[in-house]
Design a protein around this ligand. Structure first.
Ligand SMILES: NC(=O)c1ccc[n+]([C@@H]2O[C@H](COP(=O)([O-])OP(=O)(O)OC[C@H]3O[C@@H](n4cnc5c(N)ncnc54)[C@H](O)[C@@H]3O)[C@@H](O)[C@H]2O)c1
Length: 363
């Protein structure tokens, strides 16, 4: 990679102006590292809505129109529906643009290989953003574990409850492509939102050598299925085990500024435990991180636990990286493939009745 950091603001185009734009854009507002030069979405309504943020940016209905316009672009925020990443990301790279892609990376390993190949061929950087790695309670959890505050880690539990009421509005069109993904075996709980849980597992505890899963299905009506209840278990190379349970509570109200999943991460160590109490919703309204050790419970009351801030910090990290080259770049394209392998191993295990699958052995 012969990438040279930019000595000027990074000229950026947003590709896809839907729901998640509202959070990704936070990294760009009042940021001297970036200049937003173009907005792309087939929806004229979305273009008009987002142009209020960037009156000087040009708006286009397609990537091809942007490429033909002659506007100079250094990097793009790829906020396309997940099913379009497999073809869309290589196309963006082939135009010679660095790509900061939303998760999930893509649906299969062949698409992932095409994406990495396109990045190498044009000598561009492909990043698959993972905002949870920039969520301050999780970052603080990592520091607590690394400092040995709960002794030697023996295992952990991730909990996620999909609740049906509360939070921000999600356009029906977003659900439509999610349901199409579900039909392709890449459901909204395990694969889409699940990407965050699997990423944090790899980031906190390193490579995984075995995955076992039991992925269920709940049918809500014609064409509306959700991949829960589901239980995934795994063992890291270090011997630490993780378990993640996903349940549904369709009539539960959950206070949230964003998505309404009730979530927690609880790590057990030889002398105590540490628990992040929430992510995108405000389920448990105690300190967002609590650490119990040697008979004492300590709460972190002043963390920036607005989940939206993790998007701001993730995007700022990307732009700073393009300006300075100072890493590590969380996550690189290669690291994202490890997350994809982890998810695919869970599907393979579930299909085989819950047997152990080594993610590295998938072809
Ligand atoms: N990090 C997170 O927590 C998080 C949360 C939600 C969504 N996401 C991810 O963000 C991505 C987008 O999700 P969303 O919820 O914003 O979806 P969305 O459906 O709300 O928005 C997608 C937008 O892309 C546009 N689009 C469709 N085809 C296009 C094309 N060919 N070129 C340009 N634009 C096109 C649509 O018109 C729409 O405005 C997905 O990968 C999703 O998984 C991540």
């Amino acid at each position: 990679m012969t990438f040279t950091p930019y000595d000027r603001p990074v000229r950026t185009a947003f590709i896809g102006l839907g729901r998640i734009y509202d959070l990704n854009v936070r990294a760009y507002l009042d940021n001297p590292d970036a200049e937003v030069v173009a907005l792309v979405d087939p929806s004229a309504e979305r273009q008009a809505q987002r142009q209020a943020d960037w009156p000087r940016a040009a708006a286009f209905g397609s990537v091809a129109e942007l490429a033909a316009s002659g506007i100079e672009v250094d990097a793009v925020e790829c906020l396309l529906p997940a099913a379009l990443h497999g073809d869309g990301v290589p196309e963006l790279l082939e135009h010679g643009w660095h790509v900061n892609a939303q998760k999930p990376m893509c649906n299969d390993l062949a698409s992932a290989r095409r994406m990495l190949k396109a990045a190498r061929a044009r000598d561009r950087v492909l990043r698959v953003m993972e905002n949870n790695l920039f969520y301050e309670p999780l970052r603080q959890l990592k520091s607590v574990l690394e400092a040995g505050e709960i002794g030697q880690v023996s295992g952990y539990h991730v909990k996620m409850v999909g609740t049906g009421n509360g939070g921000w509005d999600i356009p029906w069109s977003s659900f439509e492509w999610q349901m199409e993904q579900m039909r392709l075996g890449r459901g909204i709980m395990v694969f889409d939102d699940g990407w965050h849980k699997l990423s944090t597992a790899l980031w906190l505890f390193g490579p995984v050598r075995e995955v076992r899963a039991w992925i269920g299905n709940t049918h809500f009506g014609p064409g509306v299925d959700v991949d829960a209840p589901a239980t995934l278990m795994w063992e890291h190379d270090s011997g630490i085990r993780g378990v993640w349970d996903i349940t549904l509570a369709p009539d539960m109200y959950m206070r949230s500024d964003y998505y309404t999943n009730d979530e927690r991460w609880e790590v057990t160590g030889s002398t105590g435990y540490a628990r992040v109490n929430r992510g995108s919703a405000r389920g448990i309204q105690q300190p967002s991180l609590e650490v119990y050790a040697h008979g004492q419970l300590r709460g972190y009351h002043a963390l920036d636990d607005d989940w939206g801030s993790s998007f701001r910090d993730s995007g700022r990290h990307w732009l700073r990286w393009l300006r300075t080259g100072e890493g590590p770049l969380l996550w690189s394209g290669e690291e994202a493939v490890d997350v994809l392998r982890f998810a695919l191993a869970a599907y393979e295990s579930s299909a085989a009745g819950g047997t152990g699958v080594d993610p590295a052995a998938l072809s």
